[in-house]
Structure formats: C-alpha cells, structure tokens
Design a protein around this ligand. Sequence first.
Ligand SMILES: Cc1cc2nc3c(=O)[nH]c(=O)nc-3n(C[C@H](O)[C@H](O)[C@H](O)COP(=O)(O)O)c2cc1C
Length: 274
Amino acid sequence: MLLTRTIRVSTSQIYPGAIISSSFCAPSLTSIYSSLSRPLMSSVSVTESPDCLQVQGHVQYNTPDHITPSNVHTSPLEQFHIWFNQAREANVREPDAMSLSTATASGIPSSRMVLFKQLDKHGFVFYTNYTSRKSRELEENPQAALLFFWREMSRQVRVLGRVEKLSKEESEEYFKSRPVGTRLGAWASHQSSVIGEHDLFNRLGEVQERFGVQASDKEGDVPLPDFWGGWRVIPSEVEFWLGKPSRLHDRVRYLRVEGSLDDQPRWTIDRLSP
Ligand SMILES: Cc1cc2nc3c(=O)[nH]c(=O)nc-3n(C[C@H](O)[C@H](O)[C@H](O)COP(=O)(O)O)c2cc1C
C-alpha cells in the first residue's frame, strides 16, 4: 500500500524553495526563507510518498489587461521596453533577472539565471565569463533562449535568437561601471571550473595584491580581464505572455521576417493559443 501525506503550504512560504522547505530543510532555514517571502492569495498542496513528491494547485492568473497583435507595438524590442518599465513601476522583484538557455553543438541544453543589462536596437545584453560553460556553449552553438518571468504581474517574455560577443570597448565601458569588489571577483573566478574549498578566497587575495586594491575599496584600477565580457542576443522570435483565468492566457508572438536588416527588422505578429 502506498502511504501518502498531504501538506498544505501557503504561497507565503513558496518563495525561494518553500515546497522543499516544508519537508526537507532545517527549520531555521525555513524561517529565514519565509521571513523573506511575500504572501499571495493562493496555495499549493503536496502529496508525499517515500519515492514521490506530487504538487497540486497553483496561483489562478487573473490579469486585468489584455494583449493581442493589434494593441502591441510593431517592434518587440519597443514592446519589451514598455513591459520592462511597467515591471519596474509595479515593483516586480528583480525584473532584470532572466533565464538563459544555451546548448552544445550536439544539442544538449542547459539553463541558468543571468542579469539583463542592456537593450539596444540589436538586442539583449548580459555579461559573463567567456570561459564559463554558457560561453563555451555559445561559442560552439551561437543560439540562445532568454526567459523573463515577472511573477507579480503574471507575465513572461521569451526571446530566441543568435548571439554575438560585444566589442572589447563596449564590455570595458560596462566593466568600469561595476563596483571594485565585483571587478576583482571577475578576475578571481574561473567560472564553471571545479575548485577547492579555499581556492576562491586565495585567488581573491592574489588579485587584490596584483592590483593593489581591496574588494571593499570604493575606487581602484581593475582592468577588464580578456576572459570576461558581454554577449548580445539578437532576437528572431519574441513572445509576450499574460496569465489569464482557466489557463486561457494571452500570447503574442513576433517572428522576424527573413532577410530583414539587423538594425531595421520587420516582424510578423500573431496571437498563439495558450
Ligand atoms: C538572479 C541571478 C543573476 C545572475 N546573474 C549572472 C550574470 O549576470 N552573469 C553570470 O555570469 N552569472 C550570473 N548568475 C550566476 C549564473 O546563474 C550561473 O551560476 C553562472 O553564470 C555559471 O553558469 P554556467 O556554469 O552555466 O556558465 C546569476 C544568478 C542568479 C540567481
């Protein structure tokens, strides 16, 4: 006989990792997480057996607005700009956090969060280490997918496109604007490589000594490492998604017209079934 246990978990506990916290995390960690979280008017329940955790229920999306091809901007980049500003105004937490998916040449995918740093007429920019796993995958397969989820607004935006590296000058300009500590951190981290317990701390010590600057300093001359910089995702497809009751969501998808110019792209705009 399969023994199951049902626990109701209010979504005030869901943020970050609360389903897990209901059963697996140490209580002190649980209370830290729930004190960071914000309540929502819904709940999930879980059914647990020794070999399975099942989750039931979810937030009922019910946004008051409506998107359709006739009421969005003709450019997805402009439409993104509008939505991003609305997300900021609605105090969405970390509206600049996006998931980045890459794949190896043979098509094995991987995803992680990165910070969106710039939207220009060509596309979406983020910064990272050029020897990291994501960069290695982008070198061998220069296609990426981005995903923004703005939970507080029940909105998501997905972006697909080819990538290009930013010029050294562009990366340099951004790098200079970063606090000294994160500039030193970029030098200290061989991102995605396996390290020992004290390696990072030791490497930070070395780079502090090398540049004569401390991570806590307000100013200092820490140059751009040649293994660090920006990637730009040049979209060929962008989709805007708005959560609606009964999962009958609004979806508007832009597809770049083949052969249209990078700096003057033309787009077809369609409504998609949820
Ligand atoms: C909200 C958030 C933002 C992040 N932003 C960045 C970023 O802008 N650049 C970056 O290299 N890593 C960022 N990270 C760390 C990445 O998720 C990831 O751990 C790291 O880049 C290594 O990924 P990789 O081994 O697949 O290359 C962020 C993580 C989170 C949770």
